[in-house]
Structures are given as structure tokens and as C-alpha cells.
Design a protein around this ligand. Structure first.
Ligand SMILES: *Cc1c(COP(=O)(O)O)cnc(C)c1O
Length: 375
């Protein structure tokens, strides 16, 4: 029998509703001006974002993947170089390394945070290592003090992928401000989601910022003068205007996600006796809940039972990156035990700022029902 969820796993339209007239007004203005590429709207937004994140430079690019590929290119990383990264992430964190001709070197994750385990990084460093690329997965920062200390000792760059963690903090510092460069995405499912594709690079390094700005316009600082090899990666001004309307609400949306996470945490706690493992938030960090991910027994069976009760769930990610076909010949397929274990048992519950109280109730009740039935 085919079951349908009683509500969507994620629904952006609920966020758009109250902002619609404001967005349309901004769009009309830009359409009148026919100003879509860089220009005033984009510059203004980059200033606002830099201030929001707490960084000197915020540079918009076409999407989150480009934020990584452009940043890696700007650091001069390419053929023959190695970049240490996590095997458990959305593919872009590794794809961006490979697109620059460099080799990803995977280091296993900490089972509690699902982030790269700093204790294993030094063993992976070789003469070819140029950078460490931690991903702040699901909404919680990786262990940045440890990562930055290793990077300093071995003279490596740190590239933070904070696509899922805008606004997350580590010992009072914001994601995207701790490494040499931070890369994030405005894909609609992210915590600050646009009307399509968008990305942003953050840095405190003036020279690097200049290089990044050149790379997004074919390596050209002045018109038709090309100094380095770049690409075309700019965020459309309509997209920027949409995010400009949303940005003032981000803090309150973060609080709404937190409230839902708090409920899940307390009301699902009894199920830890039934094999459910709740997220762990490490000392000195917060969690911005791009995803609320639990470990569960008999995942596929449980997902079906939950769906039969109207509750949608999802899996981020069912395979580790080294297990992907495109990594053949680049990396061994297995050898990252914690990542491989996580890929088999993680399950994400619906969480977004506009998720209704009744919908949260349904998630909680359905999990109680299915998990207490099981044994
Ligand atoms: C979404 C995401 C990206 C890429 O962003 P796009 O805008 O989809 O290209 C990179 N890394 C992580 C961890 C992501 O979740």
C-alpha cells in the first residue's frame, strides 16, 4: 500500500506567504531598473551579510558548490595537492576539491557530532596536504580549536563548509569566521534559503577577498583584463533581493527551529531505551538545526511505519562519499567505520520554522508508537 505523509518534510511556501508583497515590490523595482548582475543590490547585501556573520568580506557567488570551488581555487589549491575532508557530507564538499584537480583525503567522523574527527587528522597529513576542509554538518560546528591548531602547526589552510550551519557558533565565534575562508549556500532547503541557487564566501583576508572577486568574473579585476583563470559565478540580483527580505527574520527562524528541537529532545528522550539516539550538542557550541538527525534501529522498516502514520522522514546521507561511484580510483571505498555506520542508521525528522505544533505532535506520537511496538 502507498502511504502519503500528512504534511511535507519541508515546506518553504509557508515562509514565503507573509513576505510575498515585500518580495514582489523588490522584484518590480529591479525589473524596472533591469539591474541583475552585481551592482548596488548585491553590494548592499554583501555588506549586510558580512556584518551578520561577523566577518570582513562576504562575497556572493552563483551557488554553494561554487563558493567551495572558487574558494579552493583562490587559495591556489589544484593538481598534485591534497585536501583533508570528511567522508560524511553532501557531495559538494568533496566534489569542489576534485573539480580543482586536487585529491580529497578522507578522515573519519566523530560519532556524536557526525563531523570530522580532529584526533585522526594528523595521521592523514602528507607533504602534499594543503588544507583541511571541515563541514559543519546538520547545524553544529566541527571541533574548530583542534582543527585550527593542527592547521597552524602544519601550515595548512582551513576552509569551512557552513552550508548547513549559518549562524552556528563555536565558543562564541560564528561559523564561517574561524578558518581562512568560509563557504555557504542559499539553496532553498538551507536555513537562509533563496528562490533558487545562491552561495557566499566569507573571509577576513583582504587579498584573498580580492582574488575571489576576480575569480567570479573570469579572473578580471578590470574589464577585459584577465589576470588569473576564473569562471562566471555571480548571484542574480533578484535572488539577492529575495534574501535581503528574508535576512531580518533569520534570527527568529533560528529560534523557531530551536524550539522544535527542544521539544523533540525532551519528548523523545524516553525512546532512547528503545534504541533511538538523539543528537548531541557539544560544550561551547550551539546547533542551528538545519536537520534534526537521530540514529534508529531498522531504519527502512521504521521509515515505512512512520509514513503509514503520515510522518515523512529523510536520510542524509545513505552512502559515504568514498562509497560513491565517482570516487573510484581516487579513494578506497571503505575504511571510515563511523561514517559507514552513520550512513546505515541516521534518519532526519521534519524540522523547519513553520512546522506546526500538531505536526510536531504527530512526529512525536508516531515515533513513540512505532518504537515501543517494536520489541
Ligand atoms: C548544500 C550544501 C553544499 C552546496 O550548496 P549548493 O548551493 O547546493 O551548491 C555544500 N556543502 C554542504 C554541506 C551542503 O549541505
Amino acid at each position: 500500500m502507498d502511504h502519503k505523509p500528512q504534511f511535507p518534510f519541508f515546506d518553504v511556501s509557508r515562509q514565503f506567504g507573509p513576505l510575498k508583497s515585500q518580495v514582489l515590490e523588490k522584484f518590480a523595482e529591479l525589473l524596472e531598473k533591469q539591474s541583475f548582475v552585481l551592482g548596488e543590490t548585491v553590494t548592499r547585501f554583501e555588506k549586510d551579510m558580512a556584518e551578520w556573520i561577523g566577518v570582513k568580506h562576504a562575497i556572493t557567488v552563483a551557488n554553494g558548490t561554487d563558493s567551495l570551488t572558487v574558494a579552493i581555487r583562490a587559495l591556489g589549491i589544484g593538481h598534485g595537492d591534497e585536501v583533508i575532508t570528511t567522508p560524511f557530507s553532501f557531495f559538494a564538499s568533496t566534489g569542489s576539491i576534485m573539480l580543482n584537480g586536487a585529491t580529497p583525503i578522507f578522515v573519519d567522523i566523530e560519532p556524536k557530532t557526525y563531523n570530522i574527527d580532529p584526533a585522526l587528522i594528523e595521521k592523514a597529513i602528507t607533504k602534499k596536504t594543503k588544507a583541511i576542509l571541515p563541514v559543519h554538518l546538520y547545524g553544529q560546528c566541527a571541533d574548530m580549536d583542534a582543527i585550527l591548531a593542527i592547521a597552524k602547526k602544519h601550515n595548512l589552510f582551513v576552509i569551512e563548509d557552513f552550508a548547513q550551519s549559518i549562524g552556528a557558533t563555536y565558543k562564541g565565534k560564528q561559523a564561517g569566521t574561524m578558518g581562512n575562508v568560509g563557504c555557504t549556500s542559499f539553496y532553498p532547503t538551507k536555513n537562509l534559503g533563496g528562490a533558487g541557487e545562491g552561495g557566499l564566501i566569507s573571509t577576513n583576508d583582504d587579498q584573498l577577498a580580492e582574488k575571489i572577486k576576480m575569480i567570479r568574473v573570469h579572473g578580471s579585476g578590470r574589464r577585459y583584463i584577465h589576470e588569473v583563470l576564473g569562471t562566471n559565478s555571480r548571484m542574480n540580483a533578484l535572488q539577492v533581493a529575495y534574501l535581503q527580505v528574508k535576512l531580518p527574520h533569520l534570527k527568529s527562524w533560528m529560534a523557531s527551529r530551536q524550539k522544535i528541537a527542544d521539544r523533540y529532545m525532551s519528548e523523545l528522550r524516553p525512546l532512547t531505551d528503545r534504541g533511538l539516539v538523539l543528537p548531541t550538542i557539544q560544550e561551547g557550541r550551539n546547533h542551528v538545526w538545519n536537520q534534526f538527525v537521530v540514529r534508529v534501529p531498522h531504519r527502512e522498516e521504521l521509515q515505512k511505519k512512520l509514513l503509514a502514520l503520515g510522518v515523512p522522514t529523510d536520510v542524509y546521507y545513505p552512502l559515504t562519499i568514498p562509497q560513491q561511484k565517482v570516487l573510484r580510483g581516487v579513494s578506497a571505498e571503505t575504511g571510515w567505520l563511523e561514517a559507514e555506520k552513520a550512513a546505515k542508521v541516521v534518519m532526519a525528522l521534519p524540522i523547519f520554522p513553520e512546522l506546526k505544533k500538531e505536526e510536531q505532535d504527530l512526529v512525536i506520537q508516531a515515533l513513540h508508537k512505532t518504537l515501543t511496538q517494536e520489541s
